[in-house]
Design a protein around this ligand. Structure first.
Ligand code: ADP
Ligand code: NI
Length: 215
């Protein structure tokens, strides 16, 4: 199978798998991450096939779609073997996906340039206007409270409160989204994150101003 055919097959596989999820892991998120990763990969001279495949498959192993995270990882690994992706490439793709699916604060840093590229593309999609829309969609899907002025913004994120339901959707901006700008890996990722970060800040500022009736 040519690399082009494998990518086409992966697209079909991912579209079908993600039909089961309605909490923000939709196909268009994957498609945006793939397109952004391709732009960053060209500038970084990273391996395009690895970046494209890891982007397409990065959310498939998510625990929300599988009985457990390790089962999800097994599933992706089998898919790559079935599609005759060579061992070295498969290992690299799996390493990126596994590192990306770590939740909470104990995420190890990405070691390869391809991993850095895909991680930046995924992070950019959680920022800016689209990131705001995704956070509000996620909060709605989880029946979370939008905002509660009696709760102080909380910046720390740990395994426990990542999963807890007692946080407001607006707090997600403090515990995760505002931190992403300083965690970007690549030149283009950093550049794009500046504008998207400003959009996040402006949104929260205006939201709170309206809440207080100040403007
Ligand atoms: P991804 O790796 O694709 O960003 P996540 O599961 O971490 O996947 O998040 C999916 C989307 O939902 C992201 O846009 C993220 O910001 C948003 N999200 C995750 N957790 C929360 C939360 N507690 N409140 C609001 N939005 C959230
Ligand atoms: Ni993602």
């Amino acid at each position: 199978m040519s690399t082009k055919d494998i990518i086409k097959e992966a697209e079909l596989y991912v579209k079908n798998e993600l039909k089961k999820d309605h909490t923000g892991h939709d196909w268009w998120h994957i498609d945006r991450v793939r397109n952004m990763a391709m732009r960053i990969a060209e500038e970084e001279q990273a391996n395009l096939f690895i970046c494209e495949m890891a982007s397409l498959l990065h959310d498939i192993a998510d625990e929300k779609l599988n009985a457990s995270e390790s089962e999800g990882i097994q599933k992706v690994s089998h898919w790559l073997i079935e599609h005759h992706v060579d061992e070295k490439t498969k290992k690299h793709i799996m390493m990126i996906i596994t590192q990306m699916s770590f939740k909470g604060g104990n995420r190890p840093p990405m070691t390869s340039i391809e991993g850095k590229v895909v991680q930046d593309a995924d992070r950019l999609d959680a920022m800016g206007a689209i990131g705001i829309a995704r956070a509000l969609t996620f909060g709605g899907a989880k029946s979370r409270v939008l905002y509660d002025p009696s709760i102080q913004p909380r910046y720390e994120l740990n395994e426990r409160n990542y999963r807890s339901n007692d946080q407001t959707t607006l707090n997600h901006f403090y515990e995760k989204l505002f931190k992403l700008k300083d965690r970007m890996n690549t030149r283009l990722g950093k550049k794009m994150a500046i504008k998207r970060h400003e959009r996040l800040e402006r949104f929260v500022h205006e939201f709170l101003e309206e809440w207080e009736g100040l403007s």
